[in-house]
Design a binder for this molecule. Structure first.
Ligand code: HEM
Length: 183
């Protein structure tokens, strides 16, 4: 008899979590330092845009996966406010993971100064059919949302480490890549 373990995230959720986490961290660094440390390096912004489009696609996939796979329940001793905070953070992440690439795409679609975009130099990425005012709005929002994302990432990592090292529960382990593939 095969036992289906429900104490861990499904393999798809785990794979998508770590792929998106890595890409977002790289893109935060490229975005934040493109005008200072990385100034003048030609591949930085094309790679930033390509990673951002990838994050958008993976987030849509992840939302679809999330709707079809219920996450494992939190350990019983996690209190009410912690459950609420975890839920709010997770849904805020989904919102930011959509809003950040979309505002980046908007700001790069300004009809007054369009530059051709391509996904890792392979496929053309069309500009969004938007006005200059909408592109300006994207430009204003992209940086702000980037900083909110950075703050949320710090909070999320701190919470995961607290669970693992202080509370010593299974919250981090159930999102760690493992051998069990429970669909
Ligand atoms: C995971 C997705 C993304 C993250 C985490 C991210 C993050 C950032 C951050 C933190 C900045 C610096 C903002 C500032 O200092 O004010 C930035 C700038 C920028 N991003 Fe993104 N971004 C993402 C997706 C995208 C996408 C999809 C595009 C375009 C297709 C894009 C285009 C740009 C451009 C052109 C800038 C420079 C803006 C300027 O210098 O005025 N980004 N990004």
């Amino acid at each position: 008899m095969t036992l289906i373990r429900t104490d861990r995230y499904s393999w798809g959720a785990i794979w998508l979590h770590w792929a998106i986490a890595l890409l977002v961290l790289v893109n935060l660094a490229l975005g934040l330092f493109h005008e200072s440390l990385l100034d003048g390096i030609k591949w930085v912004m094309p790679v930033h845009k390509s990673i951002g489009i990838t994050v958008l696609a993976l987030t849509l996939l992840r939302l679809g996966w999330r709707l079809m796979h219920r996450p494992p329940p939190l350990p019983a001793d996690v209190t009410g406010w912690e459950r609420t905070a975890a839920k709010a953070t997770h849904w805020a992440f989904y919102a930011l993971l959509l809003a950040l690439p979309l505002t980046g795409w908007m700001l790069s679609s300004n009809p007054a100064r369009l530059r051709p975009m391509a996904w890792f130099w392979l496929f053309p990425v069309p500009p969004l059919p938007i006005s200059g005012a909408a592109a300006k709005l994207g430009s204003n929002l992209h940086g702000v949302i980037g900083y909110i994302m950075l703050a949320l990432v710090v909070l999320h990592i701190a919470a995961a480490l607290r669970h693992h090292f202080l509370l010593r529960d299974s919250v981090l382990a159930r999102m760690a890549p493992g051998l069990n593939r429970n669909g």
